[in-house]
Design a protein around this ligand. Structure first.
Ligand code: SF4
Ligand code: SF4
Length: 308
């Protein structure tokens, strides 16, 4: 056992905990052999819909050494976003992850602190930080590093906290002690598959992204196909259904991240309020939040889809 790698891994996990991360797991940077056929078949079946960016960087997506040359370790991190209470207007639902400030900013700031702390203690560290921002199979890395298992709803689940957390990674040129995968605990449960209103979970662990409400309300720039009219109730930005029904989320504990405090002005808006919101008001209201990404035209499209 390399004692330096072991000591550094322990230090890193301690710093991550101090910064508020729920979990930190480590794997050696390399090729995700088991994921290669899964990704290939997912793309071949068109489950990425119009997310054509998923077709690019196929090799880098599967091999972190190609993504960050010279990298030795992939550090996966979890950051809780489970709110104290579910907030929603009478006829508009917004996914919980989007209640507060955009997580990219919040988590990137913490990853930078973590990198700086490593450098201050270990000397020069070459690496990159990722938060949902690069071709990296985040859930696969987190599972390989023992942070949970990939449930039938394709989310990473941890027994103690459920699945309402963000994933982030540091890919660095420092050798660290590796963690191994954990066990799977979905058993015979099929609650997520049964509850999905668009039948997007086409088989256990496989979500057809092109049928998912999150895709329709966040990713898709075109109008939502009429055939989906009335299939989901009130979800105007994202969808939490397959996580809300998951028994493991009984164990979710609320976050204490001030920057994720719910934006009550956004969350109290009804369909009628959104339809009356001008583009300028929308920009002001959603600046620095995940909803900014949908843009005014996207949000109006989503609300129009909900209305009779
Ligand atoms: S997020 Fe919603 S639409 Fe997508 S798979 Fe889960 S339940 Fe289905
Ligand atoms: S709802 Fe059941 S099957 Fe689906 S992810 Fe949770 S435990 Fe697994």
């Amino acid at each position: 056992m390399n004692l330096i790698a072991q000591r550094r891994s322990q230090q890193l996990k301690g710093w991550a905990k101090d910064l508020g991360f729920l979990g930190c797991g480590i794997s050696a940077s390399g090729f995700l052999e088991e994921e290669a056929p899964r990704l290939e078949s997912w793309l071949k079946n068109g489950h990425h819909g119009k997310m054509t960016y998923m077709e690019r960087y196929f090799d880098e997506r599967l091999d972190t050494r190609k993504l960050v040359s010279g990298s030795q370790s992939v550090v996966s991190l979890l950051y809780n976003y489970f709110p104290q209470e579910t907030l929603q207007a009478a006829d508009v639902k917004i996914a919980k992850y989007a209640y507060g400030e955009d997580y990219h900013f919040v988590i990137k700031d913490k990853l930078k602190i973590l990198l700086n702390t490593m450098e201050a203690n270990w000397g020069k560290v070459d690496g990159r930080c990722f938060v949902d921002s690069a071709p990296i199979l985040e859930k696969a890395w987190a599972a390989k590093s023992g942070l949970g298992w990939i449930g039938k709803n394709a989310n990473l689940i941890q027994k103690q906290v459920g699945s309402f957390f963000f994933l982030a990674e540091l890919i660095i040129d420092v050798a660290l002690e590796q963690d191994g995968p954990t066990t799977e605990h979905c058993g015979t449960c099929t609650k997520c598959i049964d509850a999905c209103p668009t039948e997007a979970i086409v088989q256990p662990h496989v979500v057809d992204g092109s049928k998912c409400i999150s895709y329709f309300t966040i990713e898709l720039k075109d109008s939502i196909p009429q055939s989906y009219k009335g299939q989901w109730s009130d979800w105007a930005f994202g969808c939490d259904i397959c996580q809300d029904v998951c028994p493991w989320n009984r164990f979710a504990k609320s976050h204490d991240e001030g920057r994720f405090q719910p934006n009550e002005t956004i969350l109290s808006k009804s369909q009628k309020d959104w339809m009356q919101t001008t583009e300028e008001e929308f920009k002001k209201l959603t600046k620095g939040t995940p909803l900014e990404r949908a843009k005014w035209s996207g949000m109006i499209k989503n609300i129009q889809h909900l209305r009779p």
